[in-house]
Design a protein around this ligand. Sequence first.
Ligand code: ARG
Length: 460
Amino acid sequence: MAAKNKVWSGRIAGEVSPLMERFSRSVESDFLMWREDIAVNRIWAEALAEIGIFSTGELRSVLDGLDKIAAEMAANVFMFEAADEDIHVAIERRLTEICGETGARIHTGRSRNDQVATDARLFLKRRSADWLCEITHLQETLLRMAKAQTRVILPGYTHWQQAQPILLSHYLLAIFWGVDRTIDRLQNYLHQIDLCPLGCGALAGSAFPVDRQRIAQKLGFREASPNSIDATGDRDFCSELLFIIATFFTLLSRVAAEMQIWNTLEFSFIEFSDAFATGSSMMPQKKNPDAMELIRGKSAAAIAAANQLLILQKGLPLTYNRDLQEDKKITFAQLEEVILATAVFREALSGARFNAEQMEKALEPGLLATDLADYLVKKGMPFRKAHEVIGKIVQHSIAEKLELTDFALEQFKKFSDLFTEDVFEILKFSSSIAQRNVPGGTAEKAVREQIVRAEKNLQK
Ligand code: ARG
């Protein structure tokens, strides 16, 4: 392909290697922004008309041309050519085919550097807002599930060892608050990204006196970006989003890992619906929790992508460098992936059956050891001493193959005089739960208060 087909053909007369052409094409990933590119072209054309670059008739012809291109794109009949490096070149090329000379004036005072930064921000604004809807939907689902499970008790684990009893709704709300932090981050992100680079040119600002604030406002941005170098070279709006995605994926991945254990025959705390499980090609008995495994698996790429974007930028001078073309491929792909993963996680979890009976069966009396120590503390013993006394009781119970709940009062008394008949009242899982009645604790009352707080959060 000869350089004459290129937007920069005046400068470089020699032919471009087909290899180089293939290598430098980004249209496969940036065509996703065609709607945004059309919108940006439209507003730019109007800005140019305001300063006399286009007459009213010419503006009309450009806008009609852009409508035609949009229709071709929407109908999937737009013909890309080998020389269409990216979506901006493709649309400008087609506009010039349709409008001739007039179309060839659309790039006045503009660079692909401010154009691509504007398109990308618009695209990410739109899809991040879609993701925000998905996440909010997940949050509502988690809250609904938590409300339905305020009576179910299960062992809470630390180090994968039974630690203390918790309510299932308390566990589900733990996911809710992790998701809530993602929502906060995303809302802040949507504020950060809301600046319009258009009119910044290649790096130094447009030499044509376009009204940048008006352009920003027409494109739906909060305002025009304040510095043309920063506006064209900055890609924080990609790395920041990828950080949010990676953090969110990490949360889902942790829950997914736990759900896979819950799903084992040994635990049987949860069973996924057929809609979100798959079988084995070989072993007829298998029903695998693939939705959870894929979420955990895909989180690897999300974490890598956040790293990749930072590595991509770390050695670059502040202005536009072609390296930055790699940003969209990575960021767009992860955003689509996380939108899908959010929906899958929500549907898989809400469609699963929690086995309350099995959770209860799994409760070991050892879960009450802290409550026994707290009991002695309430009778006046210093905690460190109480910890030691109960530690000895636990040792004894293991040696004698007794459960803590099998001890008679006489046996407890051998370890401390402070034990009286009322010890048996605290040796129940339900009373262990009820004891933890601080805000944020697992007591049913505290969890109900937490639910009220969660509801308020959802409304904001
Ligand atoms: N396709 C390019 C990108 O996404 C557009 C900007 C190209 N600018 C340039 N000066 N070559 O980064």
